[in-house]
Design a protein around this ligand. Structure first.
Ligand code: NAP
Length: 276
């Protein structure tokens, strides 16, 4: 598995990790196999009911190998609420630290300054190593960073798949200029992956054939083609995990990228940030 430094963390993190939204107990073997295959960046959240417990089980005895990320819900993101939510996540995950703790999205009653103050306190207490955010556009990202006094935001987790390339305008460039990693979620469009009969599916199949890969591996490779990009597909099926692990470690060429651009056009101007 290709790894690259996740910007300000200074840590080498697999380019393809594992998501856990809607993961049920039957996903445990898949998660474990993903770890064996080097997909040790595991994304979870207090919102993904039951998933943190499954992750806790999957990483038991292997914590040091794992780059573990969880998230606080906006409704819990007051100063005290953030501290409490983190403790509860740590308990469910059966660990004593997170590698990154994210604000899941920004809405609700709690000022960002409160959330970020709690996040810095969690770093100081050794409960989280780094602070991140999710679903923030450039303006809100700037405000979140400004609310921090000592720490730096290390990543922004955002929707990014072939049919949703809105981040490629302003957000990606801004994050790259600030050394903020961009972790793309829902790389397969949450089950809306182009069918083989569609124009988009056929284009992916053509590229896949050139490289001896599958269309989904082409998608994952494309979505991680820049050094700031990471992706976190969710798979509960071990065959899916095996396939996803093969999405990196080789490169698309200019002709492939051109074909992808022609059937999945990037937006030509700024668009509001899409959310799940
Ligand atoms: P996704 O990864 O785009 O798609 C997951 C679906 O694709 C599952 O049904 C899975 O099936 C299937 N799949 C995975 N690999 C496959 C393969 N090789 N072949 C065929 N099907 C395959 O959707 P997602 O779960 O929305 O996004 C991934 C992760 O991003 C989440 O789990 C979560 O951790 C994170 N996320 C974050 C936010 C946020 O607001 N920060 C929002 C959404 C998601 P099986 O499970 O049956 O294998």
């Amino acid at each position: 598995m290709l790894t690259r430094e996740l910007d300000a963390t200074g840590k080498n993190v697999p380019v393809i990790g594992q998501g856990t939204w809607q993961m049920k107990k039957n996903g445990l073997d898949a998660l474990r196999m993903g770890i064996d295959l080097g997909m040790t960046h595991i994304d979870t959240a207090e919102m993904y009911s039951g998933a943190e417990e499954i992750v806790g089980e999957a990483i038991r005895g292997r914590r040091k190998e794992i780059f573990l990320v969880s998230k606080v819900l906006p409704s819990n993101a007051s100063y005290k609420g953030t501290l409490r939510a983190c403790d509860a996540s740590l308990k469910r995950l059966k660990t004593d630290y997170l590698d990154v703790y994210l604000l899941h999205w920004w809405s609700g009653p709690h000022p960002i300054a409160e959330t970020m103050q709690a996040m810095e306190e969690l770093v100081a207490a050794g409960k989280i190593r780094h602070i991140g955010v999710s679903n923030l556009d450039v303006d809100r990202l700037k405000q979140a960073q400004k609310a921090l006094t000592r720490e730096k935001i290390v990543c922004n987790q955002v929707l990014y798949h072939l049919r949703s390339r809105g981040i490629e305008n302003r957000l990606l460039a801004y994050c790259e200029s600030q050394g903020i990693a961009v972790v793309g979620y829902s790389p397969f469009g949450q089950g809306d992956f182009p069918s083989l009969n569609s124009k988009q599916g056929k284009a992916l199949a053509t590229i896949a054939e050139r490289h001896g890969k599958t269309p989904r591996q082409i998608a994952l490779n494309f979505l991680t083609r820049r050094p700031s990009l990471f992706t976190i597909p969710k798979a509960s099926n071990v065959d899916h995990v095996r396939e996803n692990a093969g999405g990196t470690g080789w490169e698309l060429n200019a002709e492939d990228v051109q074909l992808i651009d022609s059937v999945f056009p990037a937006p030509s101007k700024d668009e509001p940030l899409d959310m799940f």
